[in-house]
Design a protein around this ligand. Structure first.
Ligand code: TTP
Length: 188
C-alpha cells in the first residue's frame, strides 16, 4: 500500500495526476537547516525524514511504502522557507524581484524493502516587481505556506518570466522524476 506523507494539497493533487492510488498521512516534521548544511542535502534530508516519519505511523501495514517530499527556494546560497508573516513574505518577494532563483525539490519513497529518492532543480526568473505589486500580492494571502512566499500555480504566474526545469517540481512534487522513482520501486 502506498502513502503520501504530506499536508500539502498540491502534492496530493500532483500524485493523483500520475494515476496512483494512495492514502495521505498527516504529520509535521521540523524543517531546520543545520549550520553549513548544503541546500540540496537539506532538502533531501527533510524529504527523507517526512517519508521515514510516515513509515513509522503505518508500521502495522504490510508492504507499506511512503512518499515524502520537500521543496525550497534558494537565492545566493540562502534557503527561503515559508514566510512567517506578511513582512517576511514581502521581504522574500523583494529579493526575488528581477532575479533568477533556484527551486529544489526532493522526493523519497521508503518502505521495509528499501528506499530510493529523486531530486530536481529548477531555475525561475521573476520580472521586476514594484512595492505596490508585492503588497497587493501579499494581501491575497497566497504567499503563506509556500516556499519563497509565492505560488507559480497561482497569481505569481504573472511574475514568472522564465522557467527552466520542472513546473510540478516548483509546485512541490516533480512528476517526471517521481514517476521514474515509482517505476523503480514497482509502484508505477
Ligand atoms: C515555490 C512554490 C512552492 N509551493 C509550495 C509547495 C510546498 O507545499 C511548499 C513548500 O513547503 P514544504 O515544506 O516542501 O511542504 P509543505 O509543508 O507544504 O507540505 P508537507 O511538508 O506536509 O509535505 O511550497 C507552491 O505551492 N508553489 C510554488 O510556486
Amino acid at each position: 500500500m502506498l502513502f503520501l506523507a504530506s499536508r500539502s494539497p498540491r502534492r496530493s493533487a500532483l500524485l493523483v495526476q500520475l494515476g496512483l492510488r494512495f492514502e495521505v498521512l498527516d504529520l509535521a516534521i521540523e524543517e531546520i537547516r543545520r549550520a553549513g548544511e548544503p541546500a540540496p542535502d537539506y532538502v533531501s534530508r527533510v524529504a527523507r525524514e517526512k517519508a521515514g516519519a510516515g513509515l513509522l505511523q503505518v508500521a502495522g501495514v504490510a508492504n507499506a511504502r511512503v512518499i515524502g517530499a520537500d521543496t525550497e527556494v534558494v537565492l545566493d546560497g540562502e534557503v527561503f522557507g515559508k514566510p512567517a508573516d506578511a513582512e517576511a513574505a514581502a521581504r522574500m518577494l523583494r529579493r526575488l524581484s528581477g532575479r533568477t532563483h533556484q527551486v529544489l525539490s526532493d522526493v523519497w519513497c521508503v518502505g521495509s524493502a528499501g528506499e530510493a529518492h529523486a531530486s530536481c532543480v529548477s531555475e525561475v526568473t521573476f520580472s521586476p516587481l514594484s512595492d505596490p505589486e508585492i503588497a497587493a500580492y501579499v494581501a491575497t494571502g497566497e504567499p503563506f505556506g509556500k516556499a519563497g512566499g509565492y505560488a507559480i500555480q497561482g497569481r505569481a504566474a504573472a511574475f514568472v518570466r522564465h522557467l527552466s526545469g520542472s513546473y510540478s517540481g516548483v509546485m512541490g512534487l516533480p512528476l517526471f522524476e517521481t514517476a521514474a522513482l515509482l517505476r523503480q520501486t514497482g509502484d508505477l
